[in-house]
Design a protein around this ligand. Structure first.
Ligand code: PXP
Length: 241
């Protein structure tokens, strides 16, 4: 059974719609943990559109499971991470104009910079995961950086499953499964995420060896209707099936 890490960015999105104090992602993280989440993920974006530095600092003090900081591989963010010391950093590509993270990180093209960043974070005892597309050359590059984790981008699978976009979802699933097995044989722990929801998560959670799933939008969206604790419990139950 994969672990569930809840991405709580969109609690901050709701708050930032009014630029006031509520709802507070720190309170949401407590509820996620009480409901059985194995970790909390937050993305501090360059444009600070949802999470703020204050949120990450308080989450560092309050999260008792595992705090995963998602961030772009920039010198400014590296310094922030070294000051914060989250349990884990997930490096993601970032574009100002995107609605959400669009593709995986091009580790192969930026191998030197990413390797340096992985080394710096490891020196501070911070685990590093690289968010990559399910492509062999990216997995091989990830291994070369010395990172011990990757997060496979499930966005294309999710679009195929939910909206019939692109390839068949079964084809996307086979690709993810194959790359998950290759990565594990190369010694990496394999996480997955992006676009996962209560309908499409089943086949992904059955991929052999998947360690953690990062799920945000679907859980926060359901939480708005039924409450955070129930939304998290429903997802934990699905993963355990
Ligand atoms: N994993 C990564 C690397 C992401 O950037 C995001 C979105 O912030 C997620 C997982 C969660 O995606 P979703 O909100 O679609 O569940």
């Amino acid at each position: 059974m994969p672990k569930l890490c809840v991405n709580i960015d969109h609690i901050a999105t709701i708050r930032e719609a009014r630029k006031i104090r509520e709802p507070d992602p720190v309170a949401a993280a407590v509820l996620c943990e009480l409901a059985g989440a194995h970790g909390i993920t937050a993305h501090l974006r360059e444009d600070r559109r949802h999470m703020q530095e204050r949120d990450l600092r308080l989450l560092r003090q309050t999260v008792t499971t595992q705090l995963n900081l998602e961030m772009a591989p920039t010198p400014e963010m590296l310094q922030f991470a070294i000051d914060l010391l989250p349990d884990m950093v997930t490096l993601v590509p970032e574009k100002r104009e995107e609605l959400t993270t669009e593709g995986g990180l091009d580790v192969a093209a930026k191998i030197d910079d990413i390797t340096k960043m992985v080394n710096s974070l490891h020196k501070h005892d911070v685990s590093v995961s690289l968010f990559v597309d399910a492509e062999l050359h990216q997995i091989k590059a990830a291994v070369r950086t010395g990172a011990r984790l990757i997060e496979l981008h499930t966005g294309q699978y999710a679009s195929a499953y939910d909206f019939g976009e692109g390839n068949d979802w079964e084809e996307e699933l086979v690709k993810l499964d194959n790359m998950a097995q290759v990565a594990q044989k190369s010694g990496l722990l394999v996480n997955a995420g992006h676009g996962l929801n209560y309908r499409n998560v089943g086949p992904i959670s059955e991929i052999k060896g998947i360690w953690e799933l990062n799920i945000g939008h679907a859980i926060v969206g359901r939480a708005a209707m039924v409450g955070m604790e129930r939304a998290v419990r429903d997802m934990v139950a699905l993963l355990g099936r």
